[in-house]
Design a protein around this ligand. Sequence first.
Ligand SMILES: [Zn+2]
Length: 367
Amino acid sequence: MATGFYHDERCLWHTTGEQALFLQVGGWLQPMAGGGQAENPETKRRFKNLLEVCGLWKRLDVRDAEPVTWDDMRRVHTADYLERFRAASDAGGGFLAEDSPFGRGGYEIAALSAGLVKRAVLDVLKGEVANAYALSRPPGHHCLPDAALGFCLLANIPIALEAARVAGPLRVVVVDWDVHHGNGTQAIYYGRGDTLTISLHQENCFPAYQGLTSERGIGEGRGCNLNVPLLPGSGHQGYLDAFNLLVEPALRAFRPDLIVVASGFDANGYDPLARMLAHSGTFRWMASRVKALAGELCGGRLVAAHEGGYSEVMVPFCGLAVVEEFSGLASGVVDPLLVLLEENQPAADMVAFQRARLEAQARALRL
Ligand SMILES: [Zn+2]
């Protein structure tokens, strides 16, 4: 059985208007060629293109999907939010949050993006594909039940999981390796005991002042939220240490039926929206670990949903590394930036300081 790869060109037609990085242009901020928001189609399209030109595309089980339904969305989002989103989309587009613009039809494209994740989850649970990667756009992990945030218009992963749970209970671990805090997924599952949400992120990056180690969940969800904030400048070893000391023990102890990765590539060393030094080898290693853990704990059931990542040059190589690991296929592609970033890793004392912080967190959690 092959790895499923879920995409739809229409997700790449989601428009984010006249912005610069994440700001509206105007005043002293000059408009940029080609739109300009960091969240634009190019990173994702170039990821897909690299899969095609290297030949891996033909060896994947490439699939499309239906948009999620109103009922699917309503399991996670308020009716008021969805109605405001649909009305603004029908009226030509706009903003539900300052950093989350969309054009006409943005509502339908967001439903399609969530639909890719939903089908990936359902197909993996049915055993139709070995595991799955959904090239979802717009992304989802910052979106709250009643508010857009950080380019995210629908909570793609929770919508997919709640659709799957219509058929019965499901214990899920969400590993969010996007460099920004997975605040939306955390908020949606904060009081739930059936979903362990783990976020690896740059400390105090976005959203600011969130993603603290003290945020552990409430009620039935107590202990089911794990934040692993890493210092700015953390690199490959920092991610390995975080995974070994915290992510893996917590994931193992939860005994999931399914592992879902919120797969952002913005921890790469050339990303414009973060200050970390991970590289394609880091994502390759993490993909290899989650695949091994899925094989050991939950029959190999593993889905990745694309999130952020804003370096047009780096994202394709990071994405290819993950797909290679998920599929067990080698493309022969050499990431030309890997050597450079391997040479640009933080100093040993910084790595040791970071590791001591992670060890202290693990001790406090008795992991
Ligand atoms: Zn991000």
